[in-house]
Design a protein around this ligand. Structure first.
Ligand SMILES: N[C@@H](CCC(=O)N[C@@H](CS)C(=O)NCC(=O)O)C(=O)O
Length: 224
C-alpha cells in the first residue's frame, strides 16, 4: 500500500493537531494522520521524542523535513502549497497576516484554551472544573473579542478583505470554545459572529471538525 509523503502524528481532537490538519486540507495536500494515544503515553516514547524533543503533538513529516509547533507547521504547509493565504507577494498584506496570526497565538488562544480546558477537557477527564479560572479568562476574552469586533467591522477578514492563515488559525480552538456555554460571547458580536460562521462553513473546516467531536453549545446554551 502506498504511504503518503506527508504525515501528521497526534490525536486529532487536539486543536493543535487539527490546526495542522486544517492547513493541509485548505491547501489540498494529501496526508496521512498517524494516530497516537495520549492515554498510552505514545508522545513520551523515544521514537516520538526523536520527532519532537518536547514530547508534544502535532508533528509533521514532509519528506525529509520534520516539524513541530502547530503554527510553524501551518505556515510551512501554506508557504509551500498555498502562499496566497500568507499574503505573499504584498509586503503590507503579509505583515498584517503576521500581526493577526500572532494575535491569535498570544491574545485570543491562551484565554480560549484555558476556558475550553476547564469546561470541556477537565470534566471529560473526570476532574472538577475550576470556575475561578474560567471567570478570569472569560473577562479577559470579552475585552479581546471587542478588539476583534472593531477590526472586523472595518474588514471582512482579520488581515484585510482576503482570507488568510490569520483567520484559519483560529478555527480549531474556536470550534472547541463554541461548544462551551460561553459561545454567547461570540454570538453577541455581529461582525465576529459573521466571521466565525464564514470560517466554520468552509469545507476544510467542516472536515476537520469531524475529527473534533466536542459538541456545540451555541445560542441554545447561553451563559446566564
Ligand atoms: N505550542 C504547541 C502546543 C502543543 C501541545 O500542547 N499539544 C498537546 C496536544 S493535547 C500535547 O501534546 N499534550 C501532551 C502533553 O503535554 O503531555 C503547538 O502549537 O503545537
Amino acid at each position: 500500500m502506498a504511504t503518503s509523503a506527508v504525515k501528521v502524528y497526534g490525536w486529532a481532537i487536539s486543536p493543535f493537531v487539527s490546526r495542522a490538519l486544517l492547513a493541509l486540507e485548505e491547501a489540498g495536500v494529501d496526508y496521512e494522520l498517524v494516530p497516537m494515544s495520549r492515554q498510552a503515553g505514545d508522545h513520551h516514547r523515544p521514537e516520538h521524542l526523536a520527532r519532537n524533543p518536547f514530547g508534544k503533538v502535532p508533528v509533521l513529516e514532509d519528506g525529509d523535513l520534520t516539524l513541530f509547533e502547530s503554527h510553524a507547521i501551518a505556515r510551512h504547509v501554506l508557504r509551500k502549497h498555498k502562499p496566497e493565504l500568507l499574503g505573499t507577494g504584498n509586503l503590507e498584506q503579509a505583515a498584517l497576516v503576521d500581526v493577526w496570526f500572532e494575535v491569535e497565538a498570544h491574545q485570543l488562544s491562551p484565554l480560549a484554551i484555558a476556558i475550553v480546558v476547564e469546561c470541556i477537557f477537565t470534566p471529560f477527564l473526570g476532574r472538577e472544573r475550576n470556575q475561578a479560572v474560567v471567570d478570569e479568562n472569560v473577562e479577559k476574552l470579552k475585552k479581546v473579542l471587542e478588539v476583534y469586533e472593531a477590526r472586523l467591522s472595518k474588514s471582512k477578514y482579520l488581515a484585510g478583505d482576503f482570507l488568510s492563515l490569520a483567520d484559519l488559525s483560529h478555527f480549531t480552538i474556536m470550534h472547541c470554545f463554541m461548544a462551551t456555554e460561553y459561545a454567547a460571547l461570540v454570538e453577541a458580536l455581529p461582525h465576529v459572529s459573521a466571521w466565525w460562521e464564514g470560517l466554520a462553513a468552509r469545507p476544510a473546516a467542516k472536515k476537520v471538525a469531524e475529527f473534533m467531536p466536542v459538541g456545540t453549545a451555541g445560542a441554545s446554551k447561553k451563559h446566564e
